[in-house]
Design a protein around this ligand. Structure first.
Ligand code: ADP
Ligand code: MG
Length: 413
């Protein structure tokens, strides 16, 4: 079935065509009809399979035809997401798909001034995409009114229901009109969270695609055993040998992100970092640079592991293994999106072998080991431009020494 054949508004079809979307993906094929019918949906499908449009298309269609749309008395749909970058990205998808319809979408998130957001909220917004912190602030100040909401969406639902958000979400649901639709979307969900999700809705339609292997089939992923102190040399080699490739590097902490950045800088490899300690404007700028390909290497913490859709990321490097097993699936899912293929490699040190086991238990299978023989391993260490660490240091030192010896002669001239 093609989008042309769907019973959805002509404007949406035109927007889909403009984006080059001809046929729905599996998750879109299965989610769109029940959402249009007003059902509650819990949808699990692998990373990069088009979950955003799977909820955006029917929501826009429902609202475009709805009688309450484009009114100033409160938003009609709330989409909750875990990060600011994701809020912006999903708002972009809604805006592209709702062009020439009556539907207006907008996003709010923390880390930036709220005045401009408040002004836009007065502008009869229908779909609001929000991160929890800023959203709750704006609700408590009365700038976001919930009483007209017809649809609540939790993207990265397992993550949103996990941690501290559950109580807030339950509270929000209490403030919505009693008849509203709830949609959960994610690539991963465990039994506990699934139960929690079910407890929030009535008779949801459950849609699950490829549940056996949570890792996207478009991602070729493997693990390489590398000593903690040698990781930077391996990253340097991959970066140097693939100068045209976009590489997304995940590290465990903000401090590590900056440290890896410096290690790359020492060997003249340009990269940028993104993590929670950065100013929001800097975070957006870094995303722009990486998206456009201006900078090929992005070093990130798990703040960027979920949902982010960047075209043509060829490699995901787990420079450190993630602390939480399901983040493995989300991190490697930043490559191999849509029809693209991608490669993911995890650098596993001795200290991380336990974590690797946990990840494999979560995946329900072992991760292919990339065999690096001793010679190859040592070649990588020799390959580095980092003069602190190998025979090159001695050469350079010698060079400096020779220069110094020559200097007195120069002075005499
Ligand atoms: P997910 O949320 O499942 O990880 P996204 O919604 O971010 O995936 O979509 C992944 C990519 O697939 C995006 O770049 C999107 O533009 C593209 N995409 C989505 N639906 C279609 C479609 N029907 N045809 C072609 N490309 C699509
Ligand atoms: Mg998504």
């Amino acid at each position: 079935m093609r989008f042309e054949d769907y019973q959805i508004s002509f404007e949406i079809k035109k927007n889909l065509a403009k984006l080059g979307f001809k046929k729905p993906t599996d998750i879109q094929f299965k989610s769109i009809p029940p959402i249009l019918k007003g059902e509650d949906v819990l949808a699990i499908a692998q990373t990069g399979t088009g979950k955003t449009a799977a909820f955006a298309i029917p929501i826009i269609d429902l609202l475009h035809r709805g009688k309450n749309t484009a009114r100033k008395d409160g938003i009609k749909c709330l989409v909750m997401v875990p990060t600011r970058e994701l809020a912006q990205q999903i708002a972009d998808v809604f805006q592209e798909l709702s062009r020439h319809t009556r539907v207006k979408a907008f996003s709010v998130f923390g880390g930036v001034e709220q005045d401009a957001q408040i002004a836009r909220l007065e502008d009869s917004i229908d779909v609001l995409i929000a991160t929890p912190g800023r959203m709750f602030d704006l609700v408590s100040q009365g700038h976001i009114r919930l009483h007209r909401i017809e649809i609540l969406v939790l993207d990265e639902a397992d993550h949103m229901l996990d941690l501290g958000f559950i109580k807030d979400i339950v509270d929000i649901k209490k403030k919505l009109p009693s008849k509203h639709q709830t949609l959960f979307f994610s690539a991963t969900i465990n039994e506990t969270i699934k139960k929690l999700a079910y407890s929030l809705v009535k008779n949801p339609i459950r849609i699950q695609i490829s549940p056996k292997d949570p890792v996207s089939k478009n991602v070729n992923h493997s693990v390489a055993y590398i000593k903690m102190d040698d990781k930077r040399f391996f990253l340097e080699r991959i970066a140097t040998e693939n100068p045209e490739s976009k590489i997304l590097v995940f590290v465990r902490t903000k401090v590590r992100a900056e440290r890896v950045f410096k290690a790359m800088e020492r060997v003249n490899i340009k990269s940028v970092t993104i993590h929670g300690d950065k100013e929001q404007q800097a975070r957006f700028e870094v995303m722009r640079q990486f998206k456009s390909g201006e900078i090929k290497i992005l070093i990130a913490t798990d703040v960027s592991s979920r949902g982010i859709d960047i075209p043509n990321v060829e490699y995901v490097i787990n420079y450190d293994l993630p602390d939480v097993a399901e983040n493995y699936v989300h991190r490697v899912g930043r490559t191999g999106r849509g029809k693209e293929k991608g490669i993911a490699v995890s650098f596993c040190s001795d200290e991380e072998k336990e974590m690797l086991k946990e990840i494999e238990a979560f995946l329900g299978k072992e991760i292919t080991v990339m065999n690096i023989d001793k010679e190859e391993y040592n070649t990588t260490l020799d390959f580095t431009e980092d003069t602190n660490n190998n025979w090159k240091a001695l050469l350079k030192e010698n060079e400096e020494f020779q220069k110094k010896k020559k200097k007195p002669n120069k002075k005499k001239k």
